[in-house]
Design a protein around this ligand. Sequence first.
Ligand code: B12
Length: 474
Amino acid sequence: MNILIISTNRAVSPMPVMPIGACVVAEAAERAGHTVALLDLMFAADPRRAIEAALGRSTYDLIGLSVRNIDNNDMHGTVFYIDGLAPLIDVVRRCTDTPIVLGGASLTVMPEEILRAVGADCAVIGDGEATFPRLLERMARHEPWEDVPGIAFLKAGTFKANPAPTGVTTECAAPTYRRWVDLNAYRSHLSTVPVQTKIGCRFQCVYCTYRKIEGSAYRFSDPESVANAVVRLAASGHRDIEFVDSVFNDPHEHAVSVCEELIRSGVRARFQSLELNPSHFDDELLMVMERTGFVGIGLTVESASDPVLRGLRKGFTAREVHGAAETVRRHKLPCVWIFMLGGPGETRETVRETLRFAEKNIHPRDAAFFNVGIRVYPGTELESIARQQGVLTVPPHDMLAPVFYVSPDVEAAWIKAQVKNSTNGHMNFMSGDSFSFPYLPLIHRMGYRLGVRPPLWPYTRHIRRGLRFVGMDV
Ligand code: B12
């Protein structure tokens, strides 16, 4: 079959991300014998025209739309990306009656709601590289496809979803990005090249969708295959690699093995991962990461207060958060700390405790990001907590347009004011406002021209000072 995959993501905040999922399924479809083209709308001046032009150039047997984000998870500057999807589907429908298949993380999180909102023939939930080729095989033979595992669809208004298959991962599925996307455009926006070392997440955080997307049992890529993939990427000029595992340093041994294999390969690249957990975070890990060539890490701690960490079911304590701060201090690796305020158990006192922790323990050369309010997804434990507490009343099928949770024991506006105070006094601190800053893409491009390479966040204090100097307080 002749297939067009359209990557619909155009979000440039916090930076444009390369469409790893769309590239992975494009290559899986090719391996299954199909002819595949990929249209990446990230930098298209006019996405609708770009679709019309692509559909004018060739006739396709199937069109796959990759839909990454539902919204930006920001309670105070909410952007709802699904609103932009229906107009794109309209353009496709106007040009052709080819079947439309949706895929991407957002579809695994809320397949029914998205299918109802935008209309499409079906959606792939879970790992696309396994399901998409099976669907194509059926469609190519004009056979019924409704029983293919991992497919969701609406039939006469009723939603049906077949459980997604979960395979064993041994090979690292790093696609040959340069075949599919405009690498120079991504590079000039300080984007990194995504690579996964495993799939799955074993943590039980009450708000999170990662288990739903990737499953709760780990499927590991063999460390050697990760190193081979990175060597291959580096040879074609991709030297800013970001590990996009749900939690990079869990299990600890796998992260260490991956680093050791990268060291053994002799590859020269700059690595980062923003998804580290403080409970598997020690000198051994940081030493091996430094030797590998890591240039930045993110610690997703969310809070430094025990009642909130318990309420969020993070699986670690404030003691481990403090321990992680001591470990960070013993090394030179830049670290961005990620906090999410307002979770179950949050009070004015716990907010103060977390902010005091950040002010006291985060070195000025490092950075911190504070999000206020938590996006509630249907089916999560947070949804039940919010309903029990009476702070969520919209029915589950109305939660596609984002709804947010804030602990009933503290006001969102008060938390936001405290964060503002703290960011005013600490130029290395950021809030949701920094991500929605309209000149962020320009800052990325200017940084690139000045020779900055990702990540940009270690420069937060310099950028904020510069912006303050010209009258912009972000
Ligand atoms: C790492 C990560 C990041 C990194 C990305 C770094 C990088 N260089 O890529 C950072 C921290 C920058 C980031 C930022 C954001 N992220 Co993020 N991120 C992730 C994470 C943990 C992994 C994503 C990933 O690369 N997965 C690996 C690839 C292979 O999987 P995939 O893209 O889903 O593709 C598979 C399937 O979806 C499917 N598929 C994909 N496309 C297609 C197309 C077709 C046709 C088919 C059939 C199948 C298919 O097959 C693929 C292979 O199996 C996910 C959570 C998760 N565990 O999935 C969140 C996630 C994708 N992020 C999310 C969000 C919201 C964001 C932000 C908007 C948050 C913010 N306010 O900043 C931004 C948006 C950035 C942008 N410009 O788009 C959401 C998106 C869904 C939603 N709930 O809205 C997720 C799911 C987390 C969540 N909260 O639920 N993110």
